[in-house]
Design a protein around this ligand. Sequence first.
Ligand code: M6R
Length: 606
Amino acid sequence: MCGIVGYIGERGAQGVLTSGLRRLEYRGYDSAGIVTLGANNQATLLRAEGKVSELDKLVLSHENKDTVGIGHTRWATHGEPSETNAHPHKAGDIYLVHNGIIENYKELKAELKNHSFESQTDTEVLVALVDSLYDKETLLVDAVTQALKLVVGTYGIAVVSTREPDVIIVARMGSPLIIGVNDDETIIASDASALVGHTDQAIYLNDGEIAVCRRDGVELQDMSAQPISTRVETIEVDMQAIQKQGYDHFLLKEISEQPVTLRSTLSGRVNVEDKLIKLGGLNLNTEELRGIEHVTIIGCGTAYYAGLLSSYYLEQLVDGLTIDVATASELRYRSFHLPKNTVALVVSQSGETADTLACLREIKRRGVKTLGIINAVGSTIAREVDGGVYVHAGPEISVASTKAFTSQVAAMIMFGIQIAQAKGVGVQDTSSYIEELDQLPNEIEAVIANYKEQISAIAKRYAHYDHALYFGRDTLFPVALEGALKLKEISYIQAEGYAAGELKHGPIALVDDTFFEVALLLDNWLFDKSLSALSEVNARGGHVFAITNSKKEIDAEETLRIDTKLDLLAPIVINVVQQLFAYYVAVARGNDVDQPRNLAKSVTVE
Ligand code: M6R
């Protein structure tokens, strides 16, 4: 949520900052800005409402050779998207960019009588606060440290001053920051993707740490100004993975690359010959796995739905295991109770979602073992869990999450199999899962190749509707929820997901000509029951698009029958169909599918 970049080195800062902001734009895209520091205490502040391309136009007419600067791409929290509310914000000689939320900004603002506020942001309060502590004898790092002691909330910040043009101060509390280091330059970013092509050597800042960044190095300190030794790590982000590679949109690329990314999830973990699973990073021995009696799964949005779908598989796999699944934004404020011998699965693509992180910390505080099901390597959640599984789906740039869902579900199924096997469930009882996991990438590949055109044509038929109702039973219920989320976030069609059996308890009242319905049906023992729900919708004049793996007769306006060998895992393939459907509907409606309105990729505010 929001992106930060900073540069101090020998190269032109404007170019490094704007190219970094373009990489981070998926994190927030309602306004953007940069400030660079030049000779004679001059600063060039450029800010624009809208996407980074608007800022680029400004930079073209204000080009300079400054070699120090900071930049930001914003997702509005306090104050509308506008040039005035865009970062960097200024007070006195200081410029500051900020991710996160200053919760006590109103109280602080009331004290800062000497600053005349221009914006509605909490960030301007922070820069004014730093400025109020920055007298002639004080160093910027000390003023920042003092100011942060007065702040309640979350932040990742980068700060510069025209009085000290050879230094950038950065600090973190709850909002990620990475500092890339080269011999003669230092690059700051809120996400490793902005460092790609510059360096693979970086320091991940921890909460409560402040860094003094210079051209030739970085010094770390804590909030009491005590030095901390620096920890340079090698980051691995592949340039190819953050480019569109010929696709019209990142979303289509990410949907299409699922066969490859899923193979990475499964690689080295599924042994089809011996029908065994080996997840390396759980940090649980067989005895501990055997002792698990309860699994709590937490996540937000798509990660939550991945958890919900996985819970159906886990309870099928492990007899007697109890499972609950919760949205982290709710659970964190509930008086929840975790039974003895619980393991918590913390599911997140970005590994930075604020609600999920807060829940993780609360669960850990209660002494419960936590395992991450995480995509972003080195992310905050990944570093704070006791163990876990990196899903290795590669960078997800499009705001709508697709490939991460598929890999998260696969990872949690593997986890379920590993518990089952530790508890003595015979290899023959888990073998069909293992075989289907092994076949899943090929099946997804075939479905994308064989049905893409048909899905695109069907999407055009439904693109003009204002409302949609998705429904499915059993494992297809969470898939219906995820399908509805995908459609609403990129097409802006109001979409609801329901358990098929629940339609008659209320939602069927919605059925009219402004709605279309997506009916999900599996060719299993619940097929006839699912068909009844569909018939009830038809009887009320519904406009049903049915997606199924069945060859049985179905009465619907449109039916897409996918030919797949899979049985247990067919819902995951059906979800890929839904992803493509949502994509083509959004394209037909002319929407910005990769950066849908009002959203941001990684939600690091509450
Ligand atoms: O990074 P996370 O997986 O923790 O993100 C959770 C949600 O914010 C995310 O899944 C969101 O719902 C997506 N936009 C859904 O496509």
